[in-house]
Design a protein around this ligand. Structure first.
Ligand SMILES: NC(=O)c1ccc[n+]([C@@H]2O[C@H](COP(=O)([O-])OP(=O)(O)OC[C@H]3O[C@@H](n4cnc5c(N)ncnc54)[C@H](OP(=O)(O)O)[C@@H]3O)[C@@H](O)[C@H]2O)c1
Length: 243
């Protein structure tokens, strides 16, 4: 087994996930670029390698059991362990998403990727994380899923428009994260949620105001937490996000 730290970032072919991979790579980590489509995955790996990152492609569709199992096998063969899992892949489900008129199929699709996908990938990777001296899990959430912010003053301005599939999928993800924290409380795995801020990516038609690099910063910090660092938290650049 190599001493080099190894991470898997899901949805790493573009956007914030790509920059998380680049940032971890710049810190000397070996990075598995989890991506479901070969051309996009190969292009991202090539770009990262050109930038000096020890990157390798991991075919990975988070909604597909077999794909996720094969991804775990690939990392087991390559490294024998995993030091950080960044569950970054996510979708909005498109819009508009008014509760009174939403197509239930949209909610199912979003939950399948943003919540069940995270559970599927995490469970496949837990045995590998268990072989790390300092395992970390980062779930890419969003402050749009913060119930406290949505119900507080200025909910509309601080958490974006009404989106009954996307926003609750992130609340669901936050709740699921805390269940893992409770189950794994006796282990050394640090598990946290990250909010990247409003970032210009495909996800929002590039309307975000932050760069993907800025959006990656909190997830990189949480993936590289020192031993004894926080667990069971929800963080953005400015500090703690209220649940
Ligand atoms: N952008 C923001 O302002 C913002 C704010 C808060 C939270 N976030 C969260 O940040 C994360 C990254 O979003 P982003 O803004 O970087 O969006 P993005 O540019 O659209 O990237 C999303 C990534 O997820 C991948 N993905 C989607 N479904 C997948 C699946 N079933 N299996 C594997 N990969 C899949 C996409 O792959 P393909 O290229 O194959 O589609 C892509 O690599 C998401 O969880 C999002 O909810 C974003």
């Amino acid at each position: 087994m190599s001493d080099k730290k190894i991470a898997l970032v899901t949805g790493a072919n573009k956007g914030i996930g790509y920059e998380i991979a680049a940032g971890l790579g710049a810190l000397g980590w070996s990075v598995g670029v989890g991506a479901r489509e070969q051309t996009r995955r190969d292009a991202a790996v090539a770009r990262l390698r050109d930038a000096g990152v020890n990157a390798f492609g991991v075919p990975l569709d988070v909604t597909d059991d077999r794909s996720v199992a094969a991804a775990a096998d690939l990392i087991a063969e390559r490294a024998g362990r995993l030091d950080a899992l960044v569950n970054n892949a996510g979708i909005t489900g498109g819009g508009p998403q008014q509760p009174s008129s939403v197509d239930p199929a949209v909610i199912r699709t979003v939950v399948e990727t943003n919540v069940i996908g995270v559970i599927r990938v995490t469970n496949a990777m837990l045995p590998l994380l268990g072989r790390s001296a300092s395992p970390r899990i980062v779930n890419m959430s969003s402050s749009v899923g913060s119930l406290a912010r949505q119900s507080g003053p200025g909910g509309e301005t601080s958490t974006g428009p009404v989106a009954v599939a996307y926003a609750p999928s992130k609340s669901f993800l936050n709740a699921v994260t805390l269940q893992y924290v409770r189950e794994l409380a006796d282990t050394n795995i640090l598990i946290n949620c990250a909010c990247p801020g409003f970032v210009a990516t495909d996800l929002n038609g590039f309307r975000g105001v932050r760069t993907p690099q800025q959006g990656a910063a909190t997830a990189i910090r949480l993936a590289t937490l020192p031993d004894g660092g926080p667990t069971g938290g929800f963080f953005e650049d400015a500090g703690v996000v209220p649940w």
